[in-house]
Ligand binder design. Sequence first.
Ligand SMILES: N[C@@H](CCC(=O)N[C@@H](CS)C(=O)NCC(=O)O)C(=O)O
Length: 221
Amino acid sequence: MIELYYVSGSPYSWRVMLTAEVKGVPYTPHVLQLSKGEHRSPEFLKMNPRGREPLLKDGDFVVTESLAMMIYIDRQSDRTPLFGTDTTSTVRVFEGLSQVLFDCEKATLLLAEPTLYRSPNADPSEAIRKAGEKLRAELKIMDERLGEAPWLVGEAISAADIAALPLIMTIVRAAGKDVAKDLDLGLIPLDARFPNVAAWVKRMEALPGYERTVPPHWREE
Ligand SMILES: N[C@@H](CCC(=O)N[C@@H](CS)C(=O)NCC(=O)O)C(=O)O
Protein backbone atom coordinates (compact mmCIF):
# COMPACT_ATOMS: atom_id res chain seq x y z
CA MET A 1 0.00 0.00 0.00
CA ILE A 2 1.29 3.44 -0.93
CA GLU A 3 1.73 5.85 1.97
CA LEU A 4 1.71 9.55 1.26
CA TYR A 5 3.11 12.11 3.67
CA TYR A 6 1.61 15.48 2.79
CA VAL A 7 0.89 19.00 3.97
CA SER A 8 -2.58 20.54 3.72
CA GLY A 9 -2.61 23.23 1.02
CA SER A 10 0.62 22.14 -0.67
CA PRO A 11 0.06 22.16 -4.45
CA TYR A 12 2.75 19.46 -4.75
CA SER A 13 0.87 17.14 -2.40
CA TRP A 14 -2.43 17.92 -4.06
CA ARG A 15 -1.21 16.89 -7.51
CA VAL A 16 0.02 13.54 -6.18
CA MET A 17 -3.29 12.81 -4.45
CA LEU A 18 -5.26 13.79 -7.54
CA THR A 19 -3.11 11.46 -9.63
CA ALA A 20 -3.91 8.58 -7.26
CA GLU A 21 -7.64 9.36 -7.38
CA VAL A 22 -7.76 9.61 -11.18
CA LYS A 23 -5.80 6.37 -11.53
CA GLY A 24 -7.86 4.59 -8.85
CA VAL A 25 -4.70 3.71 -6.93
CA PRO A 26 -5.28 3.35 -3.16
CA TYR A 27 -3.04 5.24 -0.76
CA THR A 28 -2.87 6.04 2.93
CA PRO A 29 -2.48 9.77 3.59
CA HIS A 30 -0.46 11.03 6.58
CA VAL A 31 -0.81 14.75 7.15
CA LEU A 32 2.30 16.56 8.44
CA GLN A 33 2.20 19.83 10.39
CA LEU A 34 5.06 22.06 9.24
CA SER A 35 4.36 24.39 12.21
CA LYS A 36 5.18 21.49 14.55
CA GLY A 37 8.37 20.70 12.61
CA GLU A 38 7.11 17.22 11.70
CA HIS A 39 9.02 17.41 8.40
CA ARG A 40 12.23 17.90 10.39
CA SER A 41 11.98 14.81 12.60
CA PRO A 42 14.99 12.45 12.41
CA GLU A 43 12.75 9.72 10.89
CA PHE A 44 11.49 12.04 8.16
CA LEU A 45 14.93 13.53 7.40
CA LYS A 46 16.24 10.01 6.98
CA MET A 47 13.74 9.54 4.13
CA ASN A 48 14.24 13.03 2.68
CA PRO A 49 17.28 14.99 3.93
CA ARG A 50 15.75 18.14 2.40
CA GLY A 51 12.84 17.77 4.84
CA ARG A 52 10.28 18.39 2.13
CA GLU A 53 6.91 16.95 1.44
CA PRO A 54 5.16 15.30 -0.26
CA LEU A 55 6.90 12.01 0.27
CA LEU A 56 5.71 8.67 -1.05
CA LYS A 57 6.62 5.37 0.53
CA ASP A 58 5.72 1.96 -0.86
CA GLY A 59 7.37 -0.62 1.39
CA ASP A 60 11.06 0.27 1.27
CA PHE A 61 10.68 2.34 -1.89
CA VAL A 62 10.76 6.07 -1.10
CA VAL A 63 10.08 8.86 -3.62
CA THR A 64 10.69 12.53 -2.84
CA GLU A 65 9.55 14.65 -5.82
CA SER A 66 5.91 15.16 -6.78
CA LEU A 67 6.48 14.61 -10.51
CA ALA A 68 8.33 11.35 -9.85
CA MET A 69 5.47 10.27 -7.55
CA MET A 70 2.95 10.99 -10.30
CA ILE A 71 4.88 8.74 -12.68
CA TYR A 72 5.14 5.99 -10.05
CA ILE A 73 1.39 6.09 -9.44
CA ASP A 74 0.61 6.27 -13.16
CA ARG A 75 2.49 3.00 -13.67
CA GLN A 76 0.43 1.20 -11.00
CA SER A 77 -2.69 1.02 -13.16
CA ASP A 78 -3.65 0.99 -16.84
CA ARG A 79 -6.61 3.28 -16.24
CA THR A 80 -6.34 6.80 -17.77
CA PRO A 81 -2.72 6.97 -18.94
CA LEU A 82 -1.45 10.37 -17.78
CA PHE A 83 1.94 10.50 -19.46
CA GLY A 84 0.97 9.67 -23.05
CA THR A 85 0.71 6.38 -24.89
CA ASP A 86 3.21 6.88 -27.71
CA THR A 87 6.18 9.09 -28.54
CA THR A 88 4.19 12.04 -29.81
CA SER A 89 1.64 12.11 -26.99
CA THR A 90 4.36 11.65 -24.34
CA VAL A 91 6.34 14.53 -25.82
CA ARG A 92 3.20 16.71 -25.80
CA VAL A 93 2.48 15.82 -22.15
CA PHE A 94 6.03 16.72 -21.08
CA GLU A 95 5.88 19.92 -23.12
CA GLY A 96 2.64 20.94 -21.33
CA LEU A 97 3.94 19.74 -17.99
CA SER A 98 7.18 21.71 -18.34
CA GLN A 99 5.20 24.89 -19.01
CA VAL A 100 3.10 24.22 -15.92
CA LEU A 101 6.14 23.48 -13.73
CA PHE A 102 8.50 26.18 -14.96
CA ASP A 103 6.18 29.04 -15.94
CA CYS A 104 2.84 28.73 -14.14
CA GLU A 105 4.30 27.30 -10.91
CA LYS A 106 6.98 29.99 -10.64
CA ALA A 107 4.44 32.77 -11.15
CA THR A 108 1.99 31.16 -8.68
CA LEU A 109 4.66 31.07 -5.96
CA LEU A 110 5.36 34.78 -6.53
CA LEU A 111 1.74 35.47 -5.61
CA ALA A 112 1.38 32.79 -2.91
CA GLU A 113 4.43 33.89 -0.92
CA PRO A 114 3.24 37.40 0.05
CA THR A 115 -0.44 36.36 0.36
CA LEU A 116 -0.66 32.82 1.76
CA TYR A 117 2.72 31.72 3.02
CA ARG A 118 4.11 34.76 4.89
CA SER A 119 2.63 37.17 7.34
CA PRO A 120 3.39 40.42 5.54
CA ASN A 121 5.29 42.91 7.71
CA ALA A 122 6.07 45.36 4.92
CA ASP A 123 3.67 46.48 2.18
CA PRO A 124 3.62 43.53 -0.21
CA SER A 125 1.46 45.29 -2.86
CA GLU A 126 4.26 45.77 -5.35
CA ALA A 127 5.28 42.11 -5.24
CA ILE A 128 1.65 41.04 -5.55
CA ARG A 129 1.06 43.35 -8.54
CA LYS A 130 4.14 41.98 -10.31
CA ALA A 131 3.01 38.41 -9.68
CA GLY A 132 -0.47 39.34 -10.95
CA GLU A 133 1.00 40.61 -14.20
CA LYS A 134 2.90 37.37 -14.82
CA LEU A 135 -0.11 35.26 -13.91
CA ARG A 136 -2.46 37.18 -16.21
CA ALA A 137 -0.11 36.34 -19.08
CA GLU A 138 0.04 32.66 -18.06
CA LEU A 139 -3.71 32.36 -17.62
CA LYS A 140 -4.32 34.03 -20.99
CA ILE A 141 -2.19 31.38 -22.72
CA MET A 142 -3.98 28.64 -20.79
CA ASP A 143 -7.38 30.12 -21.55
CA GLU A 144 -6.62 30.22 -25.29
CA ARG A 145 -5.43 26.63 -25.24
CA LEU A 146 -8.52 25.49 -23.34
CA GLY A 147 -10.70 27.31 -25.85
CA GLU A 148 -9.41 24.89 -28.50
CA ALA A 149 -9.41 21.62 -26.56
CA PRO A 150 -10.98 20.32 -23.32
CA TRP A 151 -7.64 19.51 -21.65
CA LEU A 152 -4.25 21.24 -21.61
CA VAL A 153 -2.72 18.67 -23.92
CA GLY A 154 -5.66 18.04 -26.22
CA GLU A 155 -8.44 15.49 -26.08
CA ALA A 156 -7.45 13.50 -22.97
CA ILE A 157 -6.68 14.47 -19.39
CA SER A 158 -2.95 14.27 -18.66
CA ALA A 159 -0.37 14.91 -15.97
CA ALA A 160 -0.24 18.54 -17.17
CA ASP A 161 -3.87 19.12 -16.08
CA ILE A 162 -3.29 17.42 -12.76
CA ALA A 163 -0.13 19.41 -12.01
CA ALA A 164 -1.85 22.67 -13.04
CA LEU A 165 -5.12 22.39 -11.10
CA PRO A 166 -3.70 22.96 -7.57
CA LEU A 167 -1.79 25.98 -8.89
CA ILE A 168 -4.94 27.53 -10.36
CA MET A 169 -6.84 26.91 -7.12
CA THR A 170 -3.96 28.49 -5.19
CA ILE A 171 -4.03 31.55 -7.47
CA VAL A 172 -7.79 32.01 -6.94
CA ARG A 173 -7.41 31.64 -3.18
CA ALA A 174 -4.41 33.99 -2.98
CA ALA A 175 -6.02 36.66 -5.19
CA GLY A 176 -9.05 36.72 -2.86
CA LYS A 177 -7.03 37.36 0.31
CA ASP A 178 -7.43 40.77 1.96
CA VAL A 179 -3.92 41.83 1.06
CA ALA A 180 -4.57 41.20 -2.66
CA LYS A 181 -8.27 41.54 -3.35
CA ASP A 182 -8.36 45.34 -3.77
CA LEU A 183 -5.35 45.50 -6.07
CA ASP A 184 -7.39 44.76 -9.20
CA LEU A 185 -5.05 41.98 -10.31
CA GLY A 186 -7.40 40.91 -13.10
CA LEU A 187 -7.30 37.27 -12.02
CA ILE A 188 -10.68 36.70 -10.34
CA PRO A 189 -13.53 35.96 -10.72
CA LEU A 190 -12.09 33.26 -12.91
CA ASP A 191 -15.27 32.70 -14.94
CA ALA A 192 -15.38 36.38 -15.96
CA ARG A 193 -11.64 36.76 -16.65
CA PHE A 194 -10.70 33.35 -18.03
CA PRO A 195 -13.92 31.49 -18.92
CA ASN A 196 -12.22 28.51 -20.55
CA VAL A 197 -9.99 27.99 -17.52
CA ALA A 198 -13.08 28.25 -15.29
CA ALA A 199 -14.89 25.59 -17.36
CA TRP A 200 -11.80 23.34 -17.16
CA VAL A 201 -11.71 23.78 -13.36
CA LYS A 202 -15.32 22.54 -13.27
CA ARG A 203 -14.32 19.47 -15.33
CA MET A 204 -11.46 18.79 -12.92
CA GLU A 205 -13.72 19.22 -9.88
CA ALA A 206 -16.09 16.62 -11.37
CA LEU A 207 -13.35 13.95 -11.43
CA PRO A 208 -14.09 10.96 -9.20
CA GLY A 209 -12.37 11.36 -5.83
CA TYR A 210 -11.63 15.05 -6.40
CA GLU A 211 -13.30 16.07 -3.12
CA ARG A 212 -10.93 13.85 -1.14
CA THR A 213 -7.96 15.82 -2.48
CA VAL A 214 -9.12 19.29 -1.42
CA PRO A 215 -6.77 20.52 1.34
CA PRO A 216 -8.42 19.76 4.72
CA HIS A 217 -7.87 23.26 6.11
CA TRP A 218 -9.50 24.83 3.02
CA ARG A 219 -12.62 22.71 3.63
CA GLU A 220 -12.84 23.80 7.24
CA GLU A 221 -12.87 27.53 6.43
N1 LIG B 1 9.97 20.06 -5.97
C1 LIG B 1 9.24 19.57 -4.81
C2 LIG B 1 8.75 20.77 -3.99
C3 LIG B 1 8.18 20.36 -2.65
C4 LIG B 1 8.06 21.54 -1.68
O1 LIG B 1 8.63 22.63 -1.88
N2 LIG B 1 7.33 21.32 -0.57
C5 LIG B 1 7.20 22.34 0.45
C6 LIG B 1 5.76 22.50 0.94
S1 LIG B 1 4.64 23.08 -0.29
C7 LIG B 1 7.99 21.94 1.70
O2 LIG B 1 8.17 20.77 1.96
N3 LIG B 1 8.43 22.93 2.48
C8 LIG B 1 9.09 22.70 3.72
C9 LIG B 1 10.56 23.01 3.66
O3 LIG B 1 11.11 23.22 2.54
O4 LIG B 1 11.16 23.08 4.73
C10 LIG B 1 8.10 18.66 -5.30
O5 LIG B 1 7.62 18.87 -6.43
O6 LIG B 1 7.71 17.73 -4.59
